[in-house]
Design a protein around this ligand. Structure first.
Ligand code: MG
Length: 133
């Protein structure tokens, strides 16, 4: 295993949702295939993205409804910042009507809640494969 870990930033105001994502990738985190950082607010996510630690984040998994800045506003801020290469953003929401809005603001995928964990895991590991080619 010599490829770089896929650096993921998970953003959700519900700690339980972040725990689910961390558990889903426990094996990959241990083996160094994936590295996961978590944020409880979109503001905190932006701080991480703007910090030294965040420079190699390639995938953001973000909830939409959060106190303060929403996941859609976070997405817009990331797309406006326009880093190169642009990170992938997967939006996760219980509100299916957010899917279109998320796509319009540049989301790469939308996952409804309750989360289909197999689907998310498959998509994330696929992305890792593609990026390591
Ligand atoms: Mg929420």
């Amino acid at each position: 295993m010599n490829a770089k870990p896929l650096h993921v930033l998970a953003v959700d105001d519900e700690p339980a949702a972040l725990t689910i994502i961390q558990r889903l990738f426990r094996k990959e985190s241990k083996s160094g295939d994936i590295k996961i950082d978590c944020a409880n607010t979109a503001q905190q996510a932006l701080e991480i993205l703007n910090s030294q630690r965040g420079t190699d984040i390639v995938l953001i998994l973000s909830d939409v409804n959060m106190p303060g800045m929403s996941g859609i506003e976070l997405l817009a801020a990331i797309r406006q910042k326009n880093p190169s290469p642009p990170p992938f953003v997967f939006v996760i929401s219980a509100y299916n009507e957010r899917a279109e809005e998320a796509k319009r603001f540049g989301a790469d995928s939308f996952f409804p809640k309750p989360l289909d964990m197999d689907a998310l895991k498959t998509r994330v590991l696929e992305l890792r494969e593609i990026l390591n080619q």
